[in-house]
Design a protein around this ligand. Structure first.
Ligand code: XMP
Length: 317
């Protein structure tokens, strides 16, 4: 019978056997998988694990600082890298979603690789790959059409010529959470909604600018905090805010405004493959609309996305 405790025990032994007294480098994303994987490797080899956490400028509000802090509290040997300007620079003028994904994926690899090569004596690459990623990457390369090229750390191993340490390779998401709980990882990580690798880049329709990112971060923070306060966060599978490339007329005091619209998205799902729009209470939506419009400069209209997947997707890009 599979138990988290036995898994942890065996996995730590196996990592020690594989790695010996060599060093492992690993990219952290703030997500459940990379966090649990890193903590397992850390438990096995301690300070011989070197972690890199990249700020691509497309994370949620305050996410980089908060998550980096949590990693340090967990005792992880982690370096935070501020690469915001690099990402904004390369994304300038780019509107096509797949192009955005490619650029972000490439820059991420470049930044990570640069950090990794500054470390000496690294023999292994740690990754938070889970079983569904293994299956998915097979079908992505198969004859089926790629709808969205998902950016994970996928391209890294070939480019870096290192052996992999992937402690979660045979686990499903719920098992990863149970393992995380077993080794004392905070619920703040374990209960987190999924967040796409390209981050807010694919929630800003059209061209990305630092101003738009800042605006979206504010609106998104109000929404996510609102969901938590209303005890709705754990009832939905994923939620987020999308900045539309549309300006419309509004009125503020006796001024006419011409500002942006954000769409709120929340879905229920079990695996993200299909999803239903979440039937959030009207009063909650009303409060979010008021709070966002009153508090976020540049936004004068809020809409709620009532599309399910299929035929819509969860993200708008
Ligand atoms: P869609 O929009 O395809 O999203 O219904 C399904 C799930 O995948 C996430 N997603 C991504 N994750 N890189 C990622 O790492 C991506 O490019 C990407 N695109 C979508 C999305 O947030 C949802 O959880």
């Amino acid at each position: 019978d599979w138990t988290p405790a036995a898994f942890v025990h065996e996995t730590i032994d196996r990592i020690r056997e594989q790695v010996g007294n060599k060093r492992v480098v690993m990219a952290l994303s703030g997500g459940v998988d990379s966090t649990v994987a890193a903590e397992l490797i850390h438990k096995a080899i301690g300070q011989n694990l070197f972690c890199v956490f990249v700020d691509n400028g497309l994370l949620r509000k305050d996410e980089f600082e908060t998550v980096l802090d949590s990693y340090k509290h967990m005792g992880l040997n982690v370096k935070g890298v501020n690469a915001r300007d690099l990402f904004y620079g390369e994304l300038k003028g780019v509107s096509d979603p797949e192009q955005k994904r490619k650029i972000i994926g490439r820059l991420f690899i470049e930044v990570f690789q640069q950090e990794a090569t500054q470390l000496t004596d690294i023999s292994f690459l740690g990754q938070g790959t889970i079983y569904p990623d293994v299956i998915e990457s097979v079908s992505v390369n198969g004859p089926s059409v790629t709808i969205k090229s998902h950016h994970n750390v996928g391209g890294l191993p070939e480019k870096m010529n290192m052996s992999l340490v992937e402690p979660l390779r045979f686990l499903f998401k719920d098992e990863v959470r149970r393992v995380g709980r077993e080794i004392g990882i905070s619920e703040l990580f374990l209960g987190r909604h999924p967040f796409p690798g390209p981050g807010l880049a694919i929630r800003i329709l059209g061209e990305i600018t630092p101003d738009k990112v800042a605006m979206l971060q504010e609106a998104d923070a109000i929404y996510i905090e609102g969901l938590r306060d209303a005890e709705l966060y754990d009832k939905v599978w994923q939620a987020g805010t999308i900045l539309l490339p549309v300006q419309s007329v509004g009125v503020m005091g006796d001024e006419r405004t011409y500002e942006f619209t954000v769409a709120l998205r929340a879905v229920t799902s079990t695996d993200g493959m299909t999803a239903d729009w979440a039937h959030l209470p009207y009063e909650f939506l009303a409060k979010m609309s008021n709070d966002i419009i009153n508090r976020v400069k540049g936004i004068n209209r809020v809409v709620y996305d009532i599309s399910s997947k299929p035929p819509a997707t969860i993200e708008w890009e």
